[in-house]
Design a protein around this ligand. Sequence first.
Ligand code: KDO
Length: 330
Amino acid sequence: TRRIAMAAVIAATTLSGAASFADGHAVQLRMSTSGSETDARSVALAEVFGPAVAEFASYEPSYNATLFDQGTELDAISRGNLEMSITSAQELAQFFPEFSIFATGYVHQDAAHQVRVFNDPLMEPFKQTVEDELGVRLLSVMYLGRRHVNLRQTREELDVQTPADLAGVNLRMPGTDAWQFLGAALGASPTPMAFTEVYTGLSTGAIDGQDNPLPTVVDRKFYEVTNQIALTSHLVDLNYIAISAETFDSLSPEQQLIVQRAADAAASVGRLRQLEMENNLAAFLEENGVEVYTPDTAAFREHVQAQYVGSEFAASWPEGVLDAINALGN
Ligand code: KDO
């Protein structure tokens, strides 16, 4: 009887699912990320976004850059080969240089500041440009976290207090100009490398270090192949939930609202989880042999900010936007 009951449940679920899709077909939402399945953003999308849109869309995530290489997702959406990604301001800056303002060291102050900036009218022209010129709609802002410098060297070998201490350090940064600029602004010698190559790069010594928030260091087990983290907090990093505008526009107004709310809900859940992990992981890292300490962050902030002044990036920022972002801060 138990078997029959289960079969009935499956049949009922399948039927009710199929019946509610417009003309019997689910809208396919393939999502590609270089993040892992256990990354907080991935988990939030799978647990919150997917189920929330399941009445009319099938959310199909792929992880670890198995579907598209890191940095190629926006192009794939634009060409109609992908529907969703967790994109970055740095990737958007490849197409629209003004997005580098959101990838600049020490601009965003915390997770709440990111949300205020994303929802502020200052963001409208940025969103509109991406939609008009790339066919990509930015639904919501996800919190990735405070990026810190994570090195193979022990603190005895290299005590990082100021940018001068990073001179000659081969620091992996993701592969775009905005990232390389930030790595150099920190005082290091930046090397571009895809996220999925970083663990091997650290274990072989091809790179001295990498920069990512604490939850990423734990999720990807970088602590196994590194010995220290200097809490530089050089970038309060974000990602955007991106969706094909063509796909979004094909939905009914009611479905569009559900997609928007589902994205916002997933972003909220992911943000809270990431913040909680960020606040609690230092002890775990210390237990695993990684020394976690705070350098002279004022020295890093001053140095990094000074590098942007007069840079080609700053030249692309629309007038008044930096002031508007700062005004939304604390
Ligand atoms: C990374 O490559 O270091 C980075 O953290 C950059 C982010 O913009 C984002 O792409 C992220 O990787 C991936 O989602 C994997 O966490």
